[in-house]
Design a protein. Structure first.
Length: 276
């Protein structure tokens, strides 16, 4: 008799178990996969956290160092400013001393020519002194108001002359800032030209007018000083002249990178032009 096939008692269980086991296996694999993914993520997070902490720490240190460096720079800057102020004060005092010595010298000599030369020198020193006064009042010892300086200079120079009351000065000065490097030569130039006018333009005249105009058109500076006086001597040639003043003006105009011209024109007109 053929043996009928009958599954062993344990087989379906096995199968059943097999199926169950298969299900269990796939579930646990998914869980395992998730677990390992979570673990990897946790590791990653850990790494991130550490690097964030490291970066924060570095940044903190860097900021602290920068702050320290900034404070050091500020301290040094304040020190330099004090030093600069001190140096400027000394220069100002030295200029004042030079002026004082020249003034004393003038009183001790009798030769009119020597007196005139010394007085010219005193005028030049004075114009520097005024600039220094303005410089020390400026915020950064760098830029000075041209209008403020030129107006003070003009008043000081004209007041030096005993017959200044008969001369009217018409000032039209543009309001802009300029550095001392340019204002020094400009101040001396104005001093020379104005001094000449006060000295020579109105000899034998009861009244006179001086017009000072300083314009700034797109950083092109034009200084014109015009008087309605006697005019330059006939055939006057600056290169042949014995005087030093106009030669100095020519030199300083060149130093400013500009030009200088002087001519007889309803009196005398001087023009200086330069770019800034
Ligand atoms: N505005 C002016 N009016 C008349 N003459 C002038 C004027 N400016 C200059 N001069 C003449 O030009 C000469 C040269 O001037 P300058 O070079 O300043 O020398 P200084 O003033 O020492 O004589 C003066 O001596 C004067 O004769
Ligand atoms: Mg002169």
């Amino acid at each position: 008799m053929q043996k009928r096939y009958s599954p062993g008692p344990e087989k379906p269980v096995k199968k059943l178990m097999g199926v169950e086991m298969l299900k269990n296996d796939s579930e646990s694999m998914e869980i395992q996969l998730l677990r390992s993914q979570i673990a990897a993520l946790e590791q990653l997070l850990d790494v991130y956290e550490r690097s964030v902490l490291e970066i924060t720490d570095k940044l903190y240190k860097e900021i602290t160092e920068r702050k320290k460096a900034e404070e050091e720079i500020k301290r040094q800057l304040a020190e330099k400013e004090t030093l600069l102020k001190e140096v400027h004060h000394r220069i100002k005092n030295n200029i004042a001393s030079i002026g004082g010595i020249l003034s004393l010298h003038v009183q001790s000599i009798a030769n009119p020519e020597a007196i005139a030369v010394l007085q010219d020198a005193i005028g030049r020193v004075d114009s520097m002194q005024i600039l220094y006064d303005k410089l020390l009042l400026s915020e950064d010892y760098k830029d000075i108001s041209v209008k403020n300086y030129v107006e003070s200079l003009t008043d000081t120079v004209s007041a030096l002359f005993s017959d200044s009351a008969k001369v009217t000065i018409d000032k039209r000065i543009a309001d802009f800032q300029l550095d001392p490097k340019r204002l020094f030569p400009l101040g001396i130039i104005i001093n020379e030209l104005l001094t000449n006018k006060m000295k020579y333009a109105f000899i034998n005249r009861d009244a006179g007018l001086i017009k000072i105009s300083l314009k700034n058109v797109k950083n092109h500076i034009t200084l014109t000083i015009q008087d309605n006086g006697n005019g330059l001597p006939d055939g006057f040639d600056i290169n042949e002249s014995k005087g030093f003043g106009l030669k100095l003006v020519k030199m300083l105009s060149r130093q400013l990178g500009g030009s200088f011209s002087i001519k007889k024109h309803a009196g005398t007109r001087s023009t200086i032009e330069f770019n800034i």
